[in-house]
Design a protein around this ligand. Structure first.
Ligand SMILES: [Zn+2]
Length: 91
């Protein structure tokens, strides 16, 4: 069963990376991101960092958040990882 989860999560990771690469992530403030929908034009989802957990307002998150991160959350993670790397490069 775990293997199925890994496959689904890595698929979302890939989709999230594509969204991030295409410039689909906007950081609104410290904890809030606006992430473009991959399937619908001009549709955006809100990803928010609460404590150290991400939440999103897309249907995928609503259905599967207990065991899976949606692609918007993954996109925000890629954004943050790249940001952290850039920051380090300037120290
Ligand atoms: Zn989402």
């Amino acid at each position: 069963m775990n293997k199925g989860k890994d496959v689904l999560q890595s698929h979302r990771n890939e989709q999230g990376y594509n969204i991030y690469k295409a410039g689909g992530v906007d950081r609104i403030n410290e904890t809030k991101f606006i992430v473009e929908s991959q399937t619908e034009k001009n549709k955006y989802y809100e990803v928010e960092l609460v404590a150290s957990d991400f939440c999103c307002n897309c249907p995928d998150y609503e259905k599967r958040s207990s065991w899976l991160d949606c692609k918007h959350i993954m996109a925000a993670r890629h954004y943050l990882a790249a940001y952290a790397m850039r920051k380090q490069a300037f120290i």
